[in-house]
Design a protein around this ligand. Structure first.
Ligand code: ATP
Length: 475
């Protein structure tokens, strides 16, 4: 934490000198505000996004800065929002005129009028995001902190500058942002804020799915994502965003038999996997790996609680969830589906490792086998230390076996050793069903370990299978 008398150190990048000069020439006041100041004080590394507020026209200031800069960068102007953006070296700078906002019931986009710096700080979401540093020659580097944001940074608190109830109701996206910052920074949300979020949670409906998902992704990318998901659940937001997850909550008991609470289990899995991967899609897979358990849950007197086929059902649910949430329906989604579908396979193997089962797993998982093993290891949430150790060492065996089988049999990204062409020429065939049958038989025999994955053995087998199908090789 850097708490200084004067924050000139924060504005060392050459861009700031040009902004100071441009502001002087236009005779407007300019300040760097928001995330850049917050992250400087928190020593989170130098931010590449800089927000500048001008008491006057932000667009004019941007144009003036561009004129003064040696490379005369292009300025992107967003007239409707009164903002402008330019890039200089590694920095992206956004300019806005200081404004006052007033909201209507059905929109998060306020009526805007010109205002003072104080007005502009009032419209900021959190005290820690309302900090501003002066870029004006006569007060260069002075910190303007009207809501004790620095104190909140020290105390690790998320608090709104004005009445939280109004702040969240005006722009419900702030509820998501509060939870996101609490998760990213490991901060506490001040209790009035938390109650206001709960009270206003239904207002989330006026926010577009895309914006909500940006925040969900940021929560999922944080070091301990469960912090955010627990807040989302407790405030009533999660059930509106990902009801598939809240359906997993709860423990049912029938005839003295209980199942585990799959919601809390899921969050543990997400936290576990986050220690081992930054891949947000693998983290999504962890978040969704058990969603099929709610619709497949059954109780039978003989075996107790079952979730038959939940992996398959879950992988089908992924598509609907992604579509509704406006997440990409591309190979990232397919990856998540595949992880959910295969999520129990290595667990079964851990109790009995056979070569052919390993070959089939590697064949089905392809290049995603590593990710799948990472997911399965994260899935171990038993609190029994002996079991924990045993499960992990079983997975170690599975990993060793995968390596061994892979080196020998090369079934990852399987390419058939005998092509359809070869089968057609050998038996003088036109395209027909038998070709598929022969290819399939060869593949299955390799996976079962009946033959090795090479041309010679596959050719032999092709002749045998062809004979069984009544085909004669052309001489
Ligand atoms: P990050 O880059 O990690 O998202 P940030 O604070 O820079 O953090 P931005 O979304 O770039 O986030 O917003 C810049 C600043 O604009 C914030 O620091 C805050 O002062 C203000 N701001 C952004 N969104 C809102 C909002 N919904 N309501 C009020 N102020 C906001």
């Amino acid at each position: 934490m850097q708490i200084l008398e004067n924050y000139r150190q924060a504005i060392q990048h050459p861009i700031f000198e040009f902004i100071t000069e441009a502001a002087k020439q236009l005779q407007v006041d300019a300040y760097v505000i928001g995330g850049f100041v917050r992250d400087f004080i928190l020593e989170r590394g130098t931010a590449k996004d800089v927000d500048i507020v001008a008491v006057g026209s932000g667009i004019e200031l941007a144009l003036k800065v561009a004129e003064l800069l040696p490379n005369k960068p292009k300025v992107q102007v967003f007239k409707t929002y009164g903002t402008a953006m330019l890039r200089y070296q590694d920095i992206e700078v956004e300019f806005v005129g200081a404004r006052k906002e007033s909201y209507t019931e059905d929109s998060r986009n306020p009526e805007v009028e010109e205002g003072t710096l104080q007005d502009d700080q009032n419209r900021r979401d959190f005290t820690i995001n309302a900090l501003a540093i002066s870029l004006n020659a006569n007060s260069l580097g002075v910190l303007l902190d009207p809501f004790d944001g620095v104190q909140d940074l020290q105390a690790k608190i998320i608090r709104t500058p004005l009445d939280p109830d109004i702040t969240y109701s005006d722009d419900p996206l702030r509820m998501m942002r509060a939870i996101r910052f609490a998760t990213q920074l490991n901060f506490t949300i001040e209790s009035d804020s938390l109650s206001a979020i709960t009270k206003n949670s239904e207002r989330l409906k006026i926010i577009t799915r895309e914006r909500v998902m940006v925040e969900i992704n940021k929560i999922l990318e944080a070091p301990v994502p469960s912090v955010g998901f627990l807040h989302l659940e407790r405030t009533g937001l999660l059930t509106q965003i990902l009801p598939e997850l809240t359906s997993l909550k709860g423990v049912e008991e029938v005839e003295g038999q209980k199942h585990k609470d799959n919601f809390y289990h899921t969050l543990e899995v997400v936290d576990n996997i986050s220690e081992n991967t930054d891949d947000v899609w693998l983290r999504w897979a962890a978040l969704l790996h058990d969603i099929g358990k709610a619709p497949t849950k059954r109780f039978s007197k003989k075996v107790g609680w079952t979730f038959h086929n939940h992996e398959f059902v879950g992988s089908k649910m992924v598509y609907k969830l992604f579509k509704r949430s406006k997440l990409p329906l591309n190979n990232k989604m397919k990856f998540v589906q595949k992880m959910v579908l295969l999520s129990s396979r290595p667990i079964v193997l851990a109790s009995e490792v056979t070569d052919s089962a390993i070959r089939r797993l590697v064949f089905d998982a392809g290049d995603d086998i590593e990710s799948l093993m990472t997911l399965c290891e994260a899935d171990i949430t038993t609190k029994n230390p002996n079991k924990f150790k045993r499960y992990h060492s079983n997975f170690k065996l599975v990993r060793d076996k995968i390596k061994e089988v892979e080196e020998r049999d090369r079934v990852r990204n399987f390419e058939p050793p005998i092509s359809g062409e070869t089968i057609m020429t050998t038996f003088d065939l036109k395209p027909c069903r038998e070709i598929g049958q022969i290819k399939d038989h060869i593949k299955e025999s390799i996976l079962d370990g009946c033959i090795e994955n090479n041309y010679e053995q596959a050719f032999e087998l092709m002749l045998l299978k062809g004979k069984k199908l009544g085909l004669t090789p052309k001489l």
